[in-house]
Design a protein around this ligand. Sequence first.
Ligand code: NAP
Length: 249
Amino acid sequence: MPEMRRYEGRAVLVTGGGSGIGEACCVRLAAEGAKVAVLDIDGAKAEAVAARLGGGAIAVQLDVSDARAVEAAIAEVVRRLGPLKLAVNNAGIGGARLPPEQTPLDQWERTIAVNLSGAFYCMRAEHPHLVATGGGAIVNTASVLSVVASPANPAYVAAKHGILALTRTCALAWGKDGIRVNAVGPGFTPTPLTAGASEEYRAAALAHMALGAFPQPEDVAATVAFLGSDEARATTGALYMVDAGFTIS
Ligand code: NAP
């Protein structure tokens, strides 16, 4: 864990914080002194992570696809932890790895609702709180699939391309408010989300990684912690890849 304490006493929230990359972000930000709100659709997982963090961490059950629930949850975080300094909008689901013509409509709708609309609802609800704080940062979890396509899983690819568009839009709109909005783009990262991937899929992903190893959740969290910190004060609207070089080949 780092020696740095860039978040000492700062209130931060992480959606999808109960597992994988979100959990690693919670651990990293807490290690740097943050008061962490762990938000997850699975309240028990959020509770377990918050308990492990200690240090005043709280858990809030939230389905990010419910716009009203998002507003209420973020208001609760601010009420319990104080002025919001960083929001990590990370919650996401994998979607169906099927070609466009075979993608069931309900899979399309749920993936867009969670991965794209959910991120928008969060940013929209976070904005007034970050303004009230006097400025702060947002980091959205994008993907390599924000900049390259796949012949399968159209909803996931569209949602992740959309996250980049929203990141840039909000960065332009909110710079005047002292709010920086950036995104992190993981490549294939071992988490519960990717646990079901075939050996063939893993090997194909690895073959395109210049560094020859998968990124780990902690690697993504380290970049999130940088982007959310004052060290990145001149960076907004950016997508930082954490993909071991996947998108450069
Ligand atoms: P993960 O381990 O499954 O963690 C995602 C967490 O979000 C889970 O706890 C999940 O709960 C929760 N969640 C799902 N739907 C939600 C909702 N509607 N509201 C609130 N929370 C919800 O997956 P991960 O790999 O860490 O993924 C985190 C983010 O990274 C996602 O946005 C994903 O698209 C992105 N990403 C991952 C990879 C990768 O290779 N792992 C690569 C690029 C981008 P349940 O488990 O109950 O669904």
